[in-house]
Design a protein around this ligand. Structure first.
Ligand SMILES: [Zn+2]
Length: 231
């Protein structure tokens, strides 16, 4: 949701946008990538460049982690900290940032929310990483986070008119559908409910009745590079 809304907003603001998808071999990527391709087809405009897909297999590193196997993924009753993926933002950014530097794109935008609870989503982390990236001879790059001061409902309001049915959040898909009971499905339901928007998602199972909204988090699965005016 967050990355798709960010892309829509950057296009709306007149930026030329180069979207990225990083394939790491995670359990939900087939469904997520297909949905992302549909979203890009629907929002296509002269400012939108073709999707760049980058490979970074992580099964050798993550091993039997639930994000690789799909087994025992954090469910709707788990704390948001349970969905942390080791060094996710670092791994997401490095290859996309280098692509940007090699192609003359000076800003890499990420849909990190202000409510993201993880250490690799802080200003300290992004400022330090930006400094490191700019120590290389490949050229200047800025890491921009237009949603860093926002929480989920504000981001959802930004995307209210966007085709959010073409987004995918689930970490334990069933038959190509959102499972309806994982941590991220619960967060997705809460996101639509938070602004009173009908949830267009087809879930494989109904919501668990015990879930209460615990606040929004976002572990960005893709980055969106804006070209032209700074984001
Ligand atoms: Zn799910």
């Amino acid at each position: 949701l967050d990355s798709s809304i960010l892309l829509g907003q950057l296009l709306r603001e007149g930026h030329e946008v180069q979207p990225f998808y990083l394939r790491c071999g995670l359990h939900w990527e087939r469904e997520e990538l297909e949905t992302a391709r549909q979203y890009l087809r629907v929002v296509a405009s002269p400012g939108l460049r073709p999707l760049v897909e980058l490979e970074m297999p992580l099964d050798d590193l993550y091993g039997r982690h639930w994000s690789i196997t799909g087994r025992e993924a954090p469910d709707s009753s788990s704390p948001d900290e349970a969905v942390y993926l080791p060094s996710r933002n670092l791994l997401l950014i490095v290859k996309a940032a280098l692509w940007c530097q090699m192609h003359g794109i000076e800003s890499l935008a990420l849909a990190v929310l202000g409510s993201n609870p993880f250490d690799d989503a802080t200003s300290h982390f992004f400022n330090a990483l930006e400094t490191v990236l700019n120590c290389t001879p490949e050229g200047r790059i800025r890491l921009v986070r237009p949603f860093s001061g926002l929480e989920k409902p504000s981001v959802m309001e930004t995307g209210r008119e966007m085709p959010l049915e073409y987004t995918f959040s689930c970490i334990a898909p069933q038959r190509g559908l959102h499972c309806g009971h994982c941590n991220k499905c619960a967060e997705r339901r809460a996101a639509f409910a938070s602004i009173g928007l009908d949830d267009p998602t087809h879930y494989a199972t109904p919501a668990a009745p015990s879930h209460a909204e615990t606040g929004a988090i976002s572990v960005c699965r893709s980055q969106i590079a804006g070209r032209g005016r700074p984001a």
